[in-house]
Write a protein that binds this ligand. Structure first.
Ligand SMILES: Cc1ncc(C[n+]2csc(CCOP(=O)(O)OP(=O)(O)O)c2C)c(N)n1
Ligand code: SF4
Ligand SMILES: [Mg+2]
Length: 309
């Protein structure tokens, strides 16, 4: 029987007390349990950063890859074994700094997997430098001076790149995060989830208290659920170009709300052919016998080596 502990490992965890990463890992584990996905059917890929340690803590297949490279490696795994539930995770520096090219091109492909961005606005592991999501002019605890480059908007980047499921959640709202992750994993196509994550050690601006709106004259949470206000980013007819364009523009406009009010929930969702489905049309053998089921032991690879040397 699957239980929450099925998805836990014994690996030592050195995240700082109160780190938002704990909430994200809990939500991933709870989602896998809720979906009854057995550990051997799941693979978690990460890059480098505090967030990069995630695969060590989730009992499933996992690969702690290179800085910014979780997405290409997750892509390879999904293509080799399309039956796997693939989850790529990583920090805002990992995914939108060094890995930005992969982020864009993964969205264009629309493979059926989920990418979870741990968005704490800093490079946590290397002691709090500004990450690509820190707005210009802000200075967190360990920075000597305010950022002089513009911060980027991950939701807008994902929409422009072609991700067919684009959502945002919050690491300390595990219930909402779990619901969002479930929708992302169930979506057939590339799903992107921007998770606002507190880093109590280095980000002294976007703190738990800040998200709760405790600094406002009248305390009011900054995060609000878009769908409760009637927002619906789901494209009902993928063949209707006018509808999908309008929904994407609406999502783009929403994504620039930041400050006193910050939207969470599903910005955009479009059901269309995945990369794997398109590949199977062109190369039916890929679907009939995916790479993972091919017998590589009886193969003579000498001609391949001869060609490469
Ligand atoms: C090629 C390479 N360049 C730089 C580094 C140093 N480095 C390690 S983690 C990191 C940034 C981590 O920030 P982020 O991706 O936001 O993850 P977080 O620690 O905040 O979860 C950097 C620059 C590295 N490990 N490899
Ligand atoms: S440095 Fe920040 S992101 Fe890294 S473990 Fe500590 S609190 Fe978490
Ligand atoms: Mg970070």
């Amino acid at each position: 029987m699957l239980e929450l502990k099925t998805y836990r490992t014994q690996a030592h965890n050195d995240w700082c007390p109160g780190c938002g990463d704990f909430g994200i890992v809990n939500a991933i584990q709870m989602t896998l349990l809720e979906m009854q996905l057995e550990p051997h059917r799941v693979a978690v890929f990460s890059g480098i950063g505090c967030s990069g340690k995630t695969p060590h803590f989730i009992n499933a297949y996992g690969f702690h890859t290179l800085h910014g490279r979780s997405l290409p490696i997750a892509t390879g795994a999904k293509l080799a074994n399309p039956a796997l539930t693939v989850i790529a995770v990583g920090g805002d520096g990992d995914g939108l700094g060094i890995g930005a090219g992969h982020f864009v091109n993964t969205g264009r492909r629309n493979l059926d997997f989920t990418y979870v961005l741990y968005d704490n606005q800093v490079y946590g592991l290397t002691k709090g430098q500004a990450s690509p999501t820190l707005p210009k002019g802000l200075k967190t605890k360990s920075m000597p001076a305010p950022a002089i480059v513009e911060g980027l908007n991950p939701i807008a980047m994902a929409l422009a790149s072609g991700y067919t499921f684009v959502a945002r959640s919050y690491a300390l709202d595990v219930r909402h995060l779990k619901q969002t992750l479930r929708q992302a994993i169930e979506h057939k196509g590339s799903a992107f989830v921007d998770v606002l994550q507190t880093c109590p050690t280095y980000n002294d601006i976007n703190t738990k208290e800040w998200y709760a709106g405790e600094d406002k004259p009248v305390k009011q949470p900054r995060l609000y659920k878009m769908e409760e206000g009637g927002y619906n980013g789901i494209v009902s007819d993928a063949t209707n170009h006018e509808e999908s364009t309008k929904k994407k523009i609406d999502a783009l406009v929403k994504s620039f709300e930041w400050g006193d009010k910050i939207p969470i929930g599903v910005f955009y969702k479009l059901n269309t052919l995945t990369f794997e489905e398109q590949l199977a049309i062109r190369m039916p053998a890929m679907k009939e016998t995916p790479f993972v089921e091919q017998d590589i032991y009886g193969r003579d690879v000498t001609p391949l080596f001869e060609e490469l040397t």
